[in-house]
Design a protein around this ligand. Structure first.
Ligand code: UD1
Ligand code: CA
Length: 504
């Protein structure tokens, strides 16, 4: 269960929704972006993705998304995240009311209750939408709007109520009178209405307002004039209704969303040492008794099991962290980290990395498409690419799995309980058998049988007295002469001292 979805399990609706319509054709001018507004991201989803996720639990048979500005990009995104949604083109952005009309014209078969929602309300939660629809059905309204009391209503549509508290109209700020501007109850941009009533009133909209646009909000006044029953539902949490029109609002919404995610995690039993520097996507899950140290980013489908300690300063994208594992100052993408594994400090795990129980990937180690078996260790300064390493094996420091011949990638296999020396190159394709050893500094180009010791390096040759002859008078020469003098004094000849050096 992800924190954002955990509370959306209320009773089923008395009548299923006819359709969900998301308005997402607007330019989003205030974002000043080449990316369509609804595709901007926060907490692991686009603005549009959050709205669709809030509506999804209602189980509407039809979901329509009105696209216009940046339509190719928005349609491509929809294919990826909501392939069942129907994109409908609003060729010219003539206002939110026009967008709603275009949407309902595209699905003439839809009747019953339609949920209409702005595409830029990323904090909207499923339970808030459900409460709106339930009240709409309970009251037998033809239109019900979601509202909120906010401290600063600047820029938003105001809810005008009559003396009995009945909702009478929605007035955009730029068209409002001074007394109306003082109203702090605002229109969230989320409406549920009867399809036929919406179609009828949307067709009557004028663009006689300050922006010269057809406002969806005007259907409320038209229905009130008809004497039809309408209502307003105040959101429990006013944050739910906040839109997102520029980058400052995007940052503020992201902060609020993250606070919600972290709150839910802490309530569920996760320790978060520094909420201010911890960012968890709505799509990530963290089990109780996991610890998130400062500076962690848990993104995408990341999962962290109980007792794991992540951070400080760690980014996990689409990565699974097993129970009791420790991941310190690491950047991990598409990795599977088994239980009780130790990663970092300073490790980079790339896609296809799988670490078995109790394995270790240490400092300045990079892995990619690498399966490292239970209890095996890659402690220091090493690149493991395209490899299978068995169980209980130790890879010496500063080794490289040489996987790329300049054209193609090749695989290295290392067996169980092997001990490879420091500074090895494994030139793939190559296999090191179970229980084999390799000598430090080896370039392993041919297979090593199980239990063998591979030595693949030049034999050492010492040229005695070279420094005294070729670098006379240098500090090195003086140090060498002093060492020879001490050896003489100890009763050993010069050759004997040299031999002792060589054989070490
Ligand atoms: C809208 C509401 C306002 C409410 C606020 C809440 C209207 C007229 N006003 O104002 O009462 O308080 O949301 O955040 O609706 N869109 C289209 N096609 C268009 C124009 C807009 O699809 O031609 C879409 C936009 O992509 C957006 C939504 O309609 O998702 C609302 O449009 P926007 O311009 O953001 O309206 P606001 O001024 O924020
Ligand atoms: Ca808006």
């Amino acid at each position: 269960m992800t924190p954002q979805e955990s509370t959306a399990d209320a009773a089923p609706l008395s009548m299923p929704l006819g359709a969900v319509v998301v308005l997402a054709a607007g330019q989003g001018t205030r974002m000043r972006s080449s990316t369509p507004k609804v595709l901007h991201e926060l907490g692991g989803r686009s603005l549009l993705g959050h709205v669709l996720a809030a509506a999804a639990p209602l189980g509407a048979a039809t979901t329509v998304v009105v696209v216009g500005a940046g339509r190719e990009a928005v349609e491509g995104h929809l294919t990826a995240i909501a392939p069942d949604a129907l994109p409908v083109l609003q060729a010219e952005q003539r206002g939110s009311g026009h967008a709603a009309m275009v949407a309902l014209e595209a699905v003439p078969e839809v009747d019953g209750a339609v949920l209409l929602v702005n595409g830029d309300a990323p904090l909207l939660r499923a339970e808030t939408v459900r409460a709106l629809v339930s009240e709409h059905q309970r009251a037998g309204n033809v239109l019900t709007v979601l509202t909120a009391e906010v401290d600063d209503p600047t820029g938003l549509g105001r809810i005008v109520r009559d003396d009995d508290g009945g909702v009478r109209a929605i007035v955009e700020e730029r068209d409002a009178t001074d007394p109306q501007r003082r109203i702090r109850e605002i229109n969230a941009g989320v409406y549920v209405g009867d399809a036929a009533a919406m179609r009828r009133t949307l067709a009557q909209l004028s663009s006689d307002n300050d922006q010269g646009e057809q406002y969806v909000t005007d259907i409320l006044g038209l229905l009130v004039a008809e004497g039809a029953p309408v209502g307003g539902v105040r959101a429990d949490d006013p944050d739910d209704v906040l839109g997102c029109n520029d980058r400052r609002e995007l940052a503020a919404r992201r902060r609020t969303l993250n606070d919600r995610v972290l709150d839910a995690l802490m309530v569920s039993g996760v320790t978060i040492v520094d909420p201010a520097t911890t960012w968890v996507d709505v799509t990530a899950t963290v089990a109780p008794d996991a610890v998130l140290e400062p500076g962690c980013h848990l993104r995408g489908t990341t999962t962290v099991e109980a007792g794991a300690v992540v951070g400080p300063d760690t980014t996990l994208l689409d990565t699974a962290v097993g129970a009791g594992a420790s991941v310190v100052r690491a950047h991990c993408v598409g990795a599977v980290i088994g239980p009780d594994v130790s990663v970092g400090p300073f490790a980079y795990l790339r896609p296809g990395t799988r670490l078995g129980a109790g394995a270790k990937v240490g400092t300045f180690v990079e892995t990619k498409n690498a399966s490292i078996g239970d209890g095996s260790k890659v402690p220091h300064l090493t690149y493991v690419g395209d490899a299978t390493i068995g169980r209980g094996t130790n890879i010496g420091a500063a080794s490289v799995f040489v996987n790329y011949d300049g054209v193609a990638k090749h695989h290295t296999t290392i067996g169980d309980q092997a001990r490879t020396g420091a500074d090895n190159m494994f030139v793939a394709p190559v296999t090191v058998g179970d229980g084999a050893y390799t000598a430090a500094g080896s370039v392993i180009t041919t297979d090593v049988p199980p239990g063998a010791m591979a030595v693949a390096r030049a034999r050492q040759r010492n040229v005695a007295g070279w420094v005294r002859r070729r670098r006379p008078g240098t500090p090195a020469a003086r140090a060498a002469e002093a060492a020879e003098g001490r050896a003489e004094a100890d009763g050993k000849g010069r050759t004997e001292a040299l031999r002792a050096d060589t054989e070490k």
